[in-house]
Each structure stands twice: as C-alpha cells, then as structure tokens.
Design a binder for this molecule. Structure first.
Ligand code: ADP
Ligand code: MG
Length: 364
C-alpha cells in the first residue's frame, strides 16, 4: 500500500515526519507545573498529504490498515468510528478555529513508533500532521505553536487529558538531544545527551491497565497537597522538609514531586556545566527517581521493579527507572554508548528468565 494506490492520486504534495519520545527524568511532574527532561527516539511517524479533489477528507493509516472518508460535518458530529481519525481531524480543527483555511486533504500515515506503548505515538501523529499541513498551506506557525495546537487537538478531540511534554518533545527534541522543559512557563533548553551515553527502552510486557484510575488519584492527591501547603502547585515547593507537615499519603506523594523536580534541575545543571562526573550523576538521579516512584509515589509494579533492578546491576548501565505513568509500561536506561544492543539482550534474557516477556523498544 502507498499514497498513490490508496488515494488514486499521483504523488503526495508534502511529506512530514515527527519522532516518538521517552522521558529521561521528571515523572509525574508535568501536572504539578514542574520540570521534565524527554528526548526523541529513533522511531518516527511519517505523514504524506495531497489536496483532495472531491470535497471529502480521506485518511489512511498503514499501521491500522484503516481508511476514513468523511465530510467535515460528519467529523464535527463525531460520527467517525475510527479512533485515530480524531487525532488527525482534531489537528485540522484547532487550526481552523484560529482562522486558517484548510481545504479537504488526502492524508496517508505510517509509523515506526509503537502505538500505545508509552513512546507517544499520539504526539508524533499530531506533530507530523500539523507539520505537513503547515507546509502544504504555508501557515506561519512555529514549532512551539505546533506543540500547543497538537496538545489542544488531543485534549479537545481525542479526549485525552495530556500535558504538553509529549508534543513539545516530538516537535523540538531529536535523538542526540534532550529537551529541558519548564511546563509552567514553557521555558526550555535543548541540551546534548550526556556524552558517551545512549538510551535503552524496554517494555515490561505488563500493560498499563490501572493507569486511568491510579493516575487520576495521584493528580487529586497532588492538588490536595498543594492546597494544604498554600501554593498554586507543588512546583512552588523546593525545600523538601516542608512536606513533613502533610498527612499521609499526601506527604509521600508531595515528597516525590518535590525531589523529582530537584533531580531534573540538578541533572540540567550538571549537563550544562559539563561537569566531569555528569554521566554518573545523571544515572544516580535516574535510580533515585525510580526509588521515589516506587516508594513515595507508589506507581511501580513488581515487573518494573525487577526489570529496573536487573538493568541497574548490569555493567555499562549508568542508571535506570520506570518511564511514563507507571502501573506497567516501559523502563528507560542510560547506558555506555556502543553497548546498547549487548546490554539490552543480556537484560532481556534475565528478565524473561524471571518469568516475564519483555520487549526492547529502543536500543535493539
Ligand atoms: P502512545 O501515545 O503512548 O503511543 P496513546 O494511547 O496516547 O499511546 O496513543 C495511541 C493512539 O494514537 C492510537 O490508539 C491511535 O488512535 C493513535 N495513533 C498513533 N499513531 C498512529 C498511526 N500511525 N496510525 C493510526 N493511529 C495512530
Ligand atoms: Mg500518547
């Protein structure tokens, strides 16, 4: 299948790409107005677009082998069966809402970002779509605005209450750099990955089943903790001893957020000053992040703890932790450059020997 055969049109007029992402440090901080440190992964989403000549919007996803043909009114009435079309149509719609004219298009999407594995295929789809539309219709929007439109599309049209991290990472980061982002002010810095290090991401094989309920509960606990401490968000607390006045479990939840924000800031400072031990320290901060997510934030599960433990004990690994919301999902590790494949294979073997079925997503 390709653009030509699906839409019976010669060639796409534009082609745009956007990568998936993995968060290195700063977990569960984005909805507390805090700091995050994601990087792009090698897997990308590719979108090809041409103008439609029959008044219909035509979308096709190669990953799902699903085709959608619709007029705008049907989209607006929410008549589409295909979930993925909401993300694409949402992007078109948010651009129309601010006054841009987007005539009907044929859009073909294919992606090497695994769907629904926590590597943000949704943001990659949105950012690639808006990049392609920007090019086709010559829209004067910058990369930060692309991320903002993408987030708005996901919230309003795909009905996912996401922060801005995924879209900013997909729009602004690349695989050699990480993006430091202040999610309150959107102040950001693009920094090189710690020298001599590469990323390994392994899926635990345990689906994120409890994410929904557990995630919402944590968000509520953080809001309560901030209220009791008299601040707008937990990001406003930097002195961790202040959380000791809180009742449990709010105390533990707040301690995670405060220490996690401090870890991101320390990592940033280390990398920026090119401190000689920055790689080691970065790894230690990742390990500390995992312990905090496990003990204070209580979003880990035995499988993730076992996988992280194996990673941390493997020579060549500087640090490892669960990544994403937790309750299942994937781990991220910082490892010696050139050793990724070797390390990933060794770790996977031990993990599978312990009775699980892992999968290397980055570093294989
Ligand atoms: P993640 O972003 O972690 O991969 P999400 O649940 O946020 O997981 O987003 C996954 C959803 O995004 C898919 O179920 C699908 O609706 C949409 N999506 C992402 N990439 C594609 C693609 N290439 N083709 C079709 N739909 C996609
Ligand atoms: Mg997503």
């Amino acid at each position: 299948m390709n653009f030509q055969t699906i839409f019976n049109q010669k060639l796409p007029q534009v082609e745009a790409l956007a990568p998936g992402r993995v968060n290195l440090l700063g977990e569960h901080t984005d909805y507390n107005d805090g700091f995050v440190l994601p990087t792009a992964i090698p897997q990308q989403t590719v979108v090809q677009i041409g103008l439609s000549d029959d008044g219909f919007y035509h979308f096709y996803s190669e990953n799902l082998d699903e085709r959608v043909d619709m007029v705008e009114e049907s989209f607006r009435a929410g008549e589409m069966q295909e979930e993925y079309a909401r993300y694409i149509f949402g992007c078109i719609q948010v651009l129309k809402e601010v006054g841009y004219t987007i005539s009907p298009i044929n859009l073909y999407v294919k992606s090497s970002v695994p769907l629904g594995s926590g590597l943000s295929s949704s943001a990659a789809l949105e950012v690639a779509t808006i990049r392609g539309i920007r090019q086709l219709f010559n829209l004067p929007i910058n990369d930060v605005e692309i991320a903002q439109f993408a987030q708005k599309a996901e919230i309003q049209y795909a009905h996912v209450q996401c922060g801005i991290m995924d879209q900013m990472a997909s729009s602004l980061a690349d695989t050699e750099h990480m993006l430091f982002l202040d999610t309150r002010t959107l102040e950001r810095r693009v920094l090189p990955l710690p020298e001599g290090a590469k990323i390994v991401v392994i899926d635990s094989g345990v689906p994120r089943t409890l994410t929904g309920s557990g995630y919402n509960q944590r968000r509520t606990e953080c809001t309560q903790a901030a209220q009791l401490l008299g601040v707008k968000a937990l990001r406003d607390i930097t002195d961790v001893s202040l959380v000791e006045t809180l009742p449990e479990p709010l105390q533990r939840r707040a301690r995670h957020v405060v220490t996690e924000n401090n870890r991101v800031l320390e990592a940033l400072q280390n990398v920026e000053t090119r401190h000689v031990s920055s790689l080691q320290r970065f790894g230690e901060l990742m390990n500390a992040s995992h312990a905090s997510l496990r003990d204070d934030y209580e979003v880990s599960v035995p499988a993730l703890d076992i996988l992280v433990d194996i990673l941390q004990k493997t020579p060549g690994v500087f640090g490892a932790r669960l990544t994403g919301a937790g309750f299942g999902g994937a781990t991220v590790a910082l490892v010696a450059a050139g050793e990724e494949k070797n390390i990933a294979e060794k770790v996977l073997e031990q993990y599978n020997h312990a009775g699980y079925t892992g999968n290397v997503l980055v570093g294989a």
